[in-house]
Design a protein around this ligand. Structure first.
Ligand code: ADP
Ligand code: MG
Length: 287
């Protein structure tokens, strides 16, 4: 197997205000292979945006390992960080408006984001916009675009450099379901064509399945993972719980509550599985 494009282990991020510390990520593990499209899901406040800011090279991890495309995000100089932000990643911020310059046309916004700038004649900007269905609206300013087209434009801007990794923080949060589906569907096709790896954050379970892998973050840690297999028309979900290198897993809350598990459980190893039981279930009646 190739090296993962994203390799995070035990990632910790602490926001430090004058008197208060918020531990936003507490030992998060994440591995993404080149070419994958991965969705990050989780409640508000679970640490999704914090993770994206770290992967985008905006914030520096407090502790842990974070390597993207061979760049160690924990020990980059300011200059390397700058290059990384411009060349390795494309980042669509949670508030999509923040990604666009209102006084420039759609095309100029994308051209500005290509490394070579507006003078570039390679036509990458126009090609991206065509592929995202913005062809007829290249010369319109952002304010003249529909909500869906604004997101398409912000995606074209984020992809303008030809990044190895696209990061999109709730790109479809402001869209109705049908528009969100159409935007993500087109994005998925384009990413496959460009062979670009992507991580996007979503709140909406309906939209997770545009990714083949959906990772749930709970309290600043990855807790469960769903893998979708099969063809796009007939996807089958496989729910997995994430185990870290030390063998720690987090049990789904619903399971814990159903059996009333608290603090201590009994583990029993069987031929091909491990059973987790309430402590009072002794082994006495074991045949
Ligand atoms: P999500 O994107 O999943 O909603 P965030 O990554 O934005 O979550 O936030 C994770 C935690 O960090 C939350 O408890 C949030 O209140 C806190 N947090 C986010 N940004 C800051 C900040 N600038 N200063 C202090 N705490 C923050
Ligand atoms: Mg967020």
């Amino acid at each position: 197997m190739s090296d993962p494009l994203v390799d995070c282990e035990g990632l910790v991020y602490i926001y430090k205000a004058r008197t208060l510390e918020v531990v936003a990520l507490q030992g998060l593990d994440l591995h993404v292979e080149p070419g994958e499209m991965v969705a990050i899901a989780g409640r508000s406040g679970s640490g999704k945006t914090t993770l994206m800011n770290i992967l985008a090279g905006v914030d520096v991890p407090t502790a842990g390992r974070a390597v993207v495309a061979g760049h160690d995000l924990t020990r980059m100089s300011e200059r390397e960080r700058d290059l990384y932000r411009h060349q390795t990643v494309g980042y669509l911020l949670q508030r999509s408006q923040a990604n666009l310059l209102p006084e420039l046309s759609a095309l100029e916004n994308v051209e500005l984001a290509t490394l070579t700038g507006p003078g570039a004649r390679d036509g990458r900007a126009a090609k991206l916009m065509d592929r995202l269905g913005l062809g007829p609206r290249m010369h319109v300013r952002p304010a003249g675009l529909t909500g869906g087209d604004k997101i398409r434009l912000a995606l074209a801007v984020a992809l303008a450099n030809g990044p190895r990794l696209l990061l999109a923080d709730e790109p479809t949060a402001e869209l109705d379901t049908a528009t969100a589906h159409s935007v993500l569907g087109d994005l998925a096709e384009l990413l496959e064509e460009l062979d670009t790896t992507a991580i996007f954050v979503t709140h909406d379970p309906e939209l997770e399945r545009f990714a083949r892998r959906v990772i749930q973050i709970r309290d600043g840690k990855t807790s469960t993972e769903t893998r979708w297999t099969g063809s796009r028309e007939a996807l089958v979900a496989d729910e997995l719980v994430i185990m870290d290198r030390a063998g720690r897993i987090q049990l789904p809350k619903a399971y814990v509550e159903k059996l009333g598990l608290k603090e201590r459980v009994r583990l029993r190893i069987e031929n091909d599985h491990i059973a987790i039981l309430p402590p009072e279930s002794g082994d006495t009646d074991h045949a």
